[in-house]
Design a protein around this ligand. Structure first.
Ligand code: OGA
Ligand code: MN
Length: 202
């Protein structure tokens, strides 16, 4: 992990590394995500936007579907060799961020995300209203030979007038500040696979 990446995160609130995962690990994780999808083990994602006390369940479900349409599976240590290798990499990233930026990150949570063609995630920030533990967001992409015309960009809204589109290319990683970075996932014409995760403070 180069120093420039950490510096860019501090200066701009986001950073991208074009090649973060090795090819073999990327392929293994993509195969695992696809396998979970084939076995119907992925679940409709929830947004956590509505406080737990909200009783308007019907309204909430409708809103969720209009807000995001990916499917996810949370990772558990030991579920596969590939996931353990990935979690080990994220553990060294956690230690690096703590050492360089004194962030006090003490936890990482992560899920596979599968966006079928047309699936999207509307504009949002990753920190929940009723839970401020999420500090740094991480997304790693698992899509070989992604073409820009296929859509599926992660759009970062850097400020009121500027946005940046990032293609979900295999092996690449994006980091951003969970509390402040407004972002969205644009629909694609093909399946879009990723691992999303959050370094959290207690
Ligand atoms: C998320 C998210 C971005 C992406 O899961 O919260 O914003 O590019 N994902 O998949
Ligand atoms: Mn997000």
């Amino acid at each position: 992990m180069p120093d420039e990446l950490i510096n860019h995160l501090v200066e701009h609130g986001w950073a991208r590394q074009a090649i973060f995962l090795g090819t073999d690990l990327t392929l293994a994780l993509a195969a695992e995500c696809r396998g979970l999808s084939d076995q119907k083990l992925l679940r409709i994602a929830k947004t956590g936007r509505v406080a737990k006390s909200d009783t308007h369940v019907q309204t909430q479900a409708k809103t969720e579907a209009q807000f995001r349409s990916d499917q996810i599976s949370w990772l558990t240590a030991g579920q596969s060799l590939a996931c353990d290798q990935y979690l080990l990499l994220m553990e060294s990233l956690r230690q690096r961020l703590n050492r360089d930026l004194f962030l006090g990150l003490d936890d990482y949570e992560s899920h596979f995300a599968f966006y079928a063609p047309g699936a999207f995630y509307a504009q949002h920030r990753d920190r929940f209203q009723d839970d401020d533990r999420r500090t740094i967001s991480v997304v790693i992409y698992l899509n070989q030979d992604w073409q820009t015309e296929q859509g599926g960009a992660l759009r970062l809204h850097l400020n009121e007038s500027e946005s940046l589109d990032i293609a979900p290319e295999a092996s690449s990683m994006i980091l951003f500040l969970s509390a402040s970075m407004l972002h969205e996932v644009l629909p694609a014409t093909r399946d879009r696979l990723s691992l999303a995760g959050w370094f959290r403070r207690r």
